[in-house]
Design a protein around this ligand. Sequence first.
Ligand SMILES: NC(=O)c1ccc[n+]([C@@H]2O[C@H](COP(=O)([O-])OP(=O)(O)OC[C@H]3O[C@@H](n4cnc5c(N)ncnc54)[C@H](OP(=O)(O)O)[C@@H]3O)[C@@H](O)[C@H]2O)c1
Length: 316
Amino acid sequence: MGKKGKERARERREQRLQEISHLRTVPYSPHERWWSKETVAVVTGANRGIGYEIARQLAVHGLHVVLTSRDFDRALGATTNLQAEGLSVQPCQLDITDAGSVMSFASWIQLEHGGIDVLVNNAGVNFNRGADNSVEFAEIVIKTNYYGTKRMIETMLPLMRPSSFGARIVNVSSRLGRANGRRNKISDPTLRENLMKDETLSEELLDEMLTNFLSQVNYGAWQNGGWPQMYTDYSLSKLALNVYTRLTARRLAERLGTHRVYINCFCPGWVKTQMTNWEGNMSTEEGADTGVWMALLPVENISSGSFYAERREIDF
Ligand SMILES: NC(=O)c1ccc[n+]([C@@H]2O[C@H](COP(=O)([O-])OP(=O)(O)OC[C@H]3O[C@@H](n4cnc5c(N)ncnc54)[C@H](OP(=O)(O)O)[C@@H]3O)[C@@H](O)[C@H]2O)c1
């Protein structure tokens, strides 16, 4: 993109952010407010950053939020801040890479609330900064962003409460994980096509792709593997998450009536958090917006298996 193109893109984004900031001042009508203070939303990695802000905004809208963190004291600290604002928030320990922690969490939720209505999979890691593209932590990145999130989805699905409004899963992803991104994609067109087509898309295909990447990392041979060029491990983990969102949506479409579960993903934009070393062009308030909007959409407007950014559907 040339200098003028970049300038126009920046202007369009700023205009959209202004439109959204106006939309956020418009209160939900009683007809749109399908939730109540009994509605339970779980947010992972919510002790800071975008997750904290998603938890805060959901609680401001009147849901009961279970604020989770891999460190209980951090969950407690964040919860205490929000409770001081009069919000209905409860802390819980949850490390999405630890099968035992996820199982204990699920048992606790079952006992405490009998189930949940909204799951926001926000927890994630990225060890690359600026122009650096190290894959030193590739295993932990894939294990957290893809396999950890997948574990949460599979463990929580049986606990999603039936409702005429449908239960909702929101996955925090990234445009870096687009299969057909302009500047950052897998170079093999057949693999890209197989990931995009319903007939060829499968969990096995994802596992095979990630195993292949991690083994190339181990052997120091990943650089010529045709992987995304920017933040390779992170981009691949989010690509897998996006593909898994579509795959799961297809499976969940078989659930009808009050058993409907809607699953979507979104990109928060480039947000000033610890992950970006507080670089970025958006606040956490702006970054959290689309996820909160998706979680609260009236049932007649909600889709499943879609990818969003700035409250609009975008291509995978
Ligand atoms: N910031 C951006 O520009 C941007 C852009 C696109 C997408 N995202 C996505 O947005 C989400 C939130 O990122 P952020 O920018 O808010 O980053 P952040 O400030 O680094 O927050 C990440 C959160 O995830 C938690 N976490 C990491 N590993 C975990 C695990 N195994 N189990 C449970 N929690 C874990 C962290 O907990 P600790 O405090 O214990 O480390 C922290 O609460 C991530 O999924 C990220 O990939 C961010």
